[in-house]
Design a protein around this ligand. Sequence first.
Ligand SMILES: [Zn+2]
Ligand SMILES: [Zn+2]
Length: 368
Amino acid sequence: MKTKAAVLYEYGSPLVVDELELAAPKEREVLVKNKAAGLCHTDLSVIKGAVRMPPLPCIPGHEGAGVIQEVGSGVTKIKPGDSVLLMWVPICGQCYYCLRGQPYLCAEKDKTRSGTMLDGTCRLRKGNQNIHSMLGVGCFSEYNVVSERSVLPIDPSIPFDLAAVAGCGVITGVGAVINKAKVKAGSTVAVMGAGGVGLNVIQGAVLANATKILAIDILDRKLELAKFFGATHVINASREDPLKKVMEITQGIGVDYAFEAIGNAETTLTTYQMIRRGGCAVVVGVPDLEAKLTLPLYEIPLLEKSILGCNYGAGEPRIDLITLLELYKAGRIHLEKLVTQRYCLEEINAGFKDMEAGRNARGMIIYS
Ligand SMILES: [Zn+2]
Ligand SMILES: [Zn+2]
C-alpha cells in the first residue's frame, strides 16, 4: 500500500512529506494507522543530526497513538480496530535487562535503534530505497508497520493525541520522579526546563507529595504552565541566577532532588549544584552525543551527592503507561494542557520551528 510520511533525507534539512510504499506486516508485526504523533525534542535532535539514530533516510516520530488496521501471522493479543499507543522499546521479556526488572532497557532496543524491524529489514520504501523508522515506530507516517511488541492496547475513549503525549513526555517525566528518584513525600524538588518532559517531572513531584517544587526556565509562558502543573516556585533563568535562587528558597541547603529536562551540559552542571548533601540529580534530557560533563569529583563521596540517568521512565512501560492513562481519567494528572498546538503532517517543519522558538509544551501532528 501507499502512505504519506515526513522523511528525513539529510541531517539538518527540513523533513520532506513524501508518498512511500509500505509492505504488509510480516510475522508478529502489525499495521497501524497513526492518529496522532507528538513532536518530541529527541525528534529534533535526530533531524539536526545531533543524535544520529537510525541510518537515513528515516521517518522520525516515536510518540504516537493510532488504530490497528491489519495483523501479521502469529499476532494473537491485538486485532484490527484496537486503539494502541506506540512504545519505543519493543520489550522482549527475556533478555538480560528484562529479566532483571529493567524492561525499558530491553536489548531489543539495539535493533530498533537502527531503524529496522526486529528481523533487520524495512517495510517502507521509496522506489528501490529502504526507509528506516525511528525506534521501530516512525510515527510521522500516516500508516506504518511495527512489531507487535511496539504497541500497547489502550482504552479507546482516550483521545489519541493525549495518549500519544503519555507515550514519551509523560512517562519520561513522571517515571523519573516515581521510579528513578523515588521522591519521598515532603521533599523539595527542582526541575531544569519546563517543556514537555519538565512539566511532567512537576506532575510526578505533585503525585509524590513533594512540598516545594521549583521550576526553572527562560520563558515566562512555560513557567506559567509550570505553575498550572503544580510548581510552587518559578525561576526565570534569563533574569535571575537559578542556583542562587534555589539556595535562597531552600535556606542555603539545596533541594533533595533535581531533574535536568533539557539535555545540555551547562544546565546539567547547574542542576547537580542545586542538590543538597546526600541529594540526587537525575538527568532526563537527551544531550548531543558529543556533550561532556565535568564535576567536582570529591563531592560525590564526601558530600554523597549522586547523579542518575533515566530513560523511558525507568519502570515497566506496559504497566506505567496504562497507569498514567488511568490517572488522567481520574483527574490526577493533566494531559490536555500539554498539547499546546496541533498540526497536519504538511505543517510538520513549522511545528519544529515552533518547538525551537519555545512556543509549545507539545506540538502534535493530527492525522485525518
Ligand atoms: Zn521523546
Ligand atoms: Zn528484553
